[in-house]
Design a protein around this ligand. Structure first.
Ligand SMILES: [Zn+2]
Length: 315
């Protein structure tokens, strides 16, 4: 069977001469979709003009982009939460002009001189250009309602929100600022886990951030962890799951290892939807599910409650 014929026919009718070494498709019974513009693939906007409408992947409604922006990237019809960048998130939570960013210029170093399919250095350059971020977390002190807080917001756009030395160091400094300044800490997580380009150095961040949070807890200051889609692996196994309150956005994927790994290891059938916010709320891992539009108001309520025994900051 000529397994390459599927590919040949679909590329605009142009006859492609495949080299003899072309590997066959993984599943020869299904034609493989040709990658026409692999570098710029944006699946949810592929069929529609850029910057006007977005199709909701959950309910298939076409949403006017302006309306989506105004609704904090939440589908007005089915409440599907689209990913949101760290800057937009901060804007949606803090009082206007109150955010003082910390360590804005800190950038990752290729300490292992990592070379794979692509070098770590080239990945860092590409992602900082594409996302206009320096790394996968933005930290700073801000006011939410009447409360001054130390706020860290992760960004999935930068290398899948992976935690390397910079993410760990920025968050540790943020937590330490909270401890010395008597401030509550809020960290909004989204991450694929530790950044493997940094090997052990990324794994060490789990212990470092957790230790900083232990000192923060000793000072009897509140830490609120907010989990957004997706929060997994090393981040979930360290600071994201250490909150005095652990909150989540609806239908976020939250877990440590992927379902296939867990199934192979435990040799057990896994319950449906076991890595979602809703399942984890039912089983006690998280304390509340809060839609994005209500997040600021709820954070203020929780901070009011958790800081009533302390002197409230002057308004
Ligand atoms: Zn929808």
């Amino acid at each position: 069977m000529d397994t390459t014929s599927f590919v040949k026919k679909t590329i605009g009718g142009v006859q492609q001469v495949e080299p003899a070494l072309t590997p066959p498709p993984v599943n020869p019974s299904l034609p493989q979709k040709p990658k026409l513009d692999a570098g710029k693939t944006k699946t949810r906007k592929r069929d529609i003009p850029e910057g006007l409408w977005t199709k909701c992947p959950s309910c298939a409604t076409m949403i006017f982009d302006k309306e989506l922006d105004e609704n904090l990237q939440v589908c007005p019809k089915c409440q599907h939460h689209f990913p949101i960048g760290s800057r937009e998130r901060i804007h949606s939570l803090v009082e206007t002009c109150s955010f003082e960013e910390m360590d804005a210029a800190m950038t990752s170093v290729d300490v292992l001189n990592f070379k794979g399919v692509a070098t770590y250095k080239s990945k860092l350059d590409a992602y900082s250009k594409k996302s206009t971020l320096k790394d996968a977390v933005v930290t700073g002190v801000a006011k939410i309602g009447v409360h001054r807080v130390a706020l860290g917001v992760m960004d999935f756009q930068f290398l899948g929100g992976s935690m390397g030395s910079v993410v760990g160091e920025k968050l540790t400094r943020l937590i330490e600022r909270g401890t010395t300044g008597g401030l509550p800490v809020i960290i909004i997580s989204t991450s694929g886990g530790a950044r493997m380009y940094e090997g052990m150095f990324s794994l060490m961040q789990m212990a470092k951030t957790s230790a900083a949070l232990a000192y923060h807890a000793q000072a009897r200051l509140p830490y609120l962890s907010v989990l957004t889609h997706p929060t997994t692996a090393g981040v979930m196994a360290s600071y994201a799951s250490l909150g005095d309150l652990i909150l989540a956005e609806p239908k976020a994927m939250i877990g440590f290892a992927g379902p296939r790994v867990i199934k192979d290891t435990t040799q057990a059938e896994l319950p449906p939807g076991f890595q979602t916010s809703e399942f984890l709320l039912d089983h006690g891992l998280i304390d509340a599910i809060i839609p994005r539009q209500e997040m600021k108001e709820k954070l203020v309520t929780y901070l009011d409650f958790l800081t009533t025994q302390k002197t409230k900051p002057a308004t």
